[in-house]
Design a protein around this ligand. Sequence first.
Ligand SMILES: Nc1ncnc2c1ncn2[C@@H]1O[C@H](COP(=O)(O)OP(=O)(O)OP(=O)(O)O)[C@@H](O)[C@H]1O
Length: 666
Amino acid sequence: MPAFDLDTELAAERHHLSESRAALGRMRGRAEALFSTGDKVAGDAYTAEQLGRHMARRVKELADDPTTPLFFGRLDIEESAYHVGRRHVTDDAGEPMVLDWRAPLSRSFYRASVRDPQGVSVRRRFGFVRGELTSFEDEHLDRGEELGTKSRILTAEIERPRVGPMRDIVATIQPEQDELVRAELTDSICVQGAPGTGKTAVGLHRAAFLLYLHRERLRRSGVLIVGPNTAFLSYISAVLPALGEVEVHQSTVDELIGRVPVRAVDSPAAALVKNDARMAEVLRRTLWSRLTKPTDPIMVSDGSYRWRIDAEPLRRIVDEARREGLPYAVGRERVKARVVGLLQRQSEYRTGNSPTDGWLRRMSKVAPVTEFLEKAWPAVTPESLVAEVLTDPFVAGDLLTAEEQEAIRWGKPPRTVKASKFTAADLVLIDEAAGLLEREASFGHVVIDEAQDLSPMQARAIARRSEHGSITVLGDLAQGTAPWAAPEWPEILNHLGKPQTRVVPLTVGFRVPAAVVELANRLLPALGVNVPEAVSLRRDGDLVIVPVAPPSDLDTETLAEITAALTHEGSVAVIAADAAVERLRGHLTAAGIEHATPDDVDSEARVTVVPATVVKGLEYDHVVVHEPADIVAAEPKGLNRLYVVLTRAVSRLSVVHAKPLPAPLA
Ligand SMILES: Nc1ncnc2c1ncn2[C@@H]1O[C@H](COP(=O)(O)OP(=O)(O)OP(=O)(O)O)[C@@H](O)[C@H]1O
């Protein structure tokens, strides 16, 4: 194609971009106008509020980010050209100018190939610099041209320096990822992928895709993203809003189940027992063992009348409610309602009148009824049940060994349940107890990231919240660092209540350069899990190992590596065992190098000091790892932790060590 043609094409595409931006502006203008007049056109306050909320969301959804392109691709199908972008844009007549990447037609942008062109003659990818269209790249599928991962634009996107929070990948989703993103809503999937294979990206884009296809249904039930910690959640928090999705709930497991404040810390042994699935059975047995067989009749004085229910019908009521398999608190309410129902029948028979609601309420509260209930089906709170088990774990009977019971037993039981000092692991027990008492509302879809670290009890907490929905489980068994991390997926999927979930591998790495992957892969055989190795798409990148010997010292060399890293573009992280973090921060401050904490994703500082225990899921252009031996020694699954730490680098990795490197790396 002659050069001037390329220029003309580029100019035409730029024109389409500015026209589309203007059209989006007008769409937003119309939404804003409706938003501001909503209360005048709506008939009543409720409708006005609903309409207002809907329009406010619509205005947010239509926000244009001038730094990201409104479209990133084009499909030529027969005589028409379709631009594919982050959201639908229509002209004033309602004709599409940009197709949402989730629309059925857009699927071909990600999946069409020479073998299966899906009617596409040309696929065009656009290159952008800060929202300005600068180039494009065509694949004439009709002429057998296909670039795949050799696309220059894909390579540039993967290799661009990282700054700030995570970005969406809509422009470059790969076919194997797209298949997962577009899986049916009813389909639960588990993605096992090596570091940087795009698991988090796939999960977030799947949430956006499902919201697009099933908006009303999922708006009612909700979509939940569960991540390992708040640093990770802030890192991913911008992705869904950038895709126009502003209503997804993002939470850590602890936030999800935090009914009471954490005021104590467990020993590792106690935390391990409390997170074990057997505790669910301990709680269940303890709870139901509270029921007692009624032996006395109920006698109620009601003005000049006296009502009586014999022990036998009371026993029947309790047995029946028990057999119905309801949650405990619901069963208790049912027993109460049936007892009051029997009183009502007697009253109707004797007086010939139907009792009033007031009478029914009074009967449900009279002492003989409440005393009967307290004995036969006592009121329980989640906290009181957990307190009972921790005060006397002997109730666990043969479910726990004597040592395990001793590990969780309260040394000095609190005087009241309210005064109890609960630990983080107790929260998961309290949540389990709450689930025995009443059903949790279920989300329509739950995405669980870093799921390899879920304890059985945490997985059960999520299962209760996804009982009627589907789940996307993302993780890497090799990155399991929790003491209970399972070596295989079926176990976790079982506790998540979805044992049939298919496990799909992702193996192509988009983050870590080949040289760094090669180093990290040396740890794999020592991690005791059977997972496929990562294959890196990135041939660039740099790895340096810096041994330190006197007279120099570890911290000085680490500082020198950070200073050298700052001469390159992009973010820099120094990752160290948690105990060394404060000291390193002090050195950086003394050296006048501005530095941030990992949850401050908006910080201007280029250097972040990250404790090894919170680095999961994050990435930085240049990573300086400080003393791997200390990272390994700091916890029982230290080698897995080191594997996570070594796989955070996008471009360059420096490993600074004064002690010998851990065996598999040496
Ligand atoms: N198709 C793609 N195109 C461009 N970049 C991609 C693509 N897939 C993934 N990436 C990028 O690769 C990096 C790693 O992705 P992501 O964090 O989703 O991986 P992960 O598998 O969750 O990693 P980890 O196991 O370390 O948590 C991110 O910067 C992401 O944007």
